[in-house]
Design a binder for this molecule. Structure first.
Ligand SMILES: Nc1ncnc2c1ncn2[C@@H]1O[C@H](COP(=O)(O)OP(=O)(O)O)[C@@H](O)[C@H]1O
Ligand SMILES: [Mg+2]
Length: 330
């Protein structure tokens, strides 16, 4: 996306009352235009959503996710998150050349792309995610995504269609077995039906390493597009290899006592893998996106191979925690 910086500066002054001195672009993909804004006093993080096919997906429901994101900071008092800065007219987003524009509080630190939290960071991350989960009653969740445990997964149709197309693609046909994926989909749906549909919490929804910024043992969560009412396991299963015991202790510190549901942990693992595969197949088969192919090879296929050992690990984590974790003091 091409942006005229002079126009953008004028626009930001008018809409936000912020005098931006410098705009430093950070190219992060075709989904959006992102940049660091430097003003006299502080820095901001700018996002302009590219209203192409994928951008439309993000823009849908944006008003609600932005409001919840802002409430988490302003009503629930959660500090370690990025949140949208309101315009002069108190709107959480505005439009620049027809594309949604948001500016966020800037957070400095390392983006935790390699998923290696030390014990202190893991404990703090657990505390943060526990306090987010707990704040479901403090924020206005009207209209927010709520997992519909009775409906088929939202990606199911798209995935099945792409699995059919896959048969015609010589490269992918050899890499991915349609049968294995269909079996996984059936397993995921079976697990989902058996989950206890209670104790919903306010989940971040995409609490992956890439959406964490870490500095001086403090962990911050950014990218709240996936926020929704869900089971706690959705945010926790991801970190089974990331000092999970410290995360769970931190979680208990802010949330209070809780149990882990092993079926929910496993369900969310399957669900995420299928959802991501469906997205990457779509991007590769329809748009020949090279990055999508790389993700299929390096992430999806690798995860598929590890599925059984990961399932065992998640089961152990849940059983262990439910036996001992409750009694841990700290
Ligand atoms: N508030 C912020 N402060 C500093 N860096 C940020 C902030 N928000 C996002 N980033 C950087 O931009 C990257 C992409 O932002 P993110 O909101 O995760 O968008 P998406 O994943 O949808 O592309 C992040 O991984 C992080 O490096
Ligand atoms: Mg992100």
């Amino acid at each position: 996306m091409k942006i005229n910086k002079i126009l953008l500066k004028k626009f930001l002054k008018k809409q936000y009352g912020i005098k931006v001195k410098r705009i430093k672009e950070i190219p992060l993909g075709e989904m959006s235009y992102t940049a660091i804004l430097n003003s006299e006093e502080k820095q901001f993080f700018l996002k302009i959503i590219n209203m192409n096919k994928y951008g439309q997906g993000i823009a849908k429901g944006l008003n609600i996710t932005l409001r919840v994101n802002f409430d988490l900071f302003s009503k629930a008092g959660i500090q370690n998150i990025s949140y949208p800065i309101p315009t002069i007219k108190r709107k959480l987003k505005t439009k620049f050349m027809r594309n949604p524009l948001i500016i966020y509080e800037y957070i400095s630190g390392r983006t935790e792309g390699n998923w290696k939290l030390n014990k202190k960071e893991a404990y703090n991350f657990g505390k943060l995610i526990g306090s987010v989960h707990k704040s479901i009653n403090l924020v206005d969740v009207d209209g927010l995504n709520k997992e519909n445990f009775n409906a088929p997964p939202h990606y199911e149709k798209c995935l099945i269609n792409n699995l059919k197309r896959l048969e015609k693609n010589n490269l992918l046909k050899k890499l991915i077995s349609r049968r294995i994926i269909m079996n996984l989909l059936i397993k995921a749906k079976g697990l989902k039906n058996r989950l206890e549909k209670k104790d919903f919490v306010l989940c971040h929804g995409d609490a992956i390493g890439e959406n964490m910024i870490v500095e001086k043992n403090e962990v911050f969560l950014i990218d709240w597009d996936g926020v929704g009412s869900n089971l706690r396991e959705k945010d926790l299963w991801l970190h089974s290899n990331n000092n999970i015991q410290s995360i769970l202790k931190g979680y208990k510190k802010s949330y209070g006592k809780f149990k882990l549901n092993k079926n929910a942990l496993i369900f969310y693992m399957y669900d995420r893998l299928l959802e991501d595969l469906s997205e990457y197949l779509d991007k590769f088969l329809l748009d020949s996106d090279k990055h999508a192919l790389k993700e299929i090879k390096e992430y999806i296929l690798v995860s598929l191979k590890k599925l059984n050992s990961r399932k065992k690990q998640l089961t152990e984590i849940a059983e262990n925690w439910n036996k001992k974790g409750k009694f841990l003091k700290k």
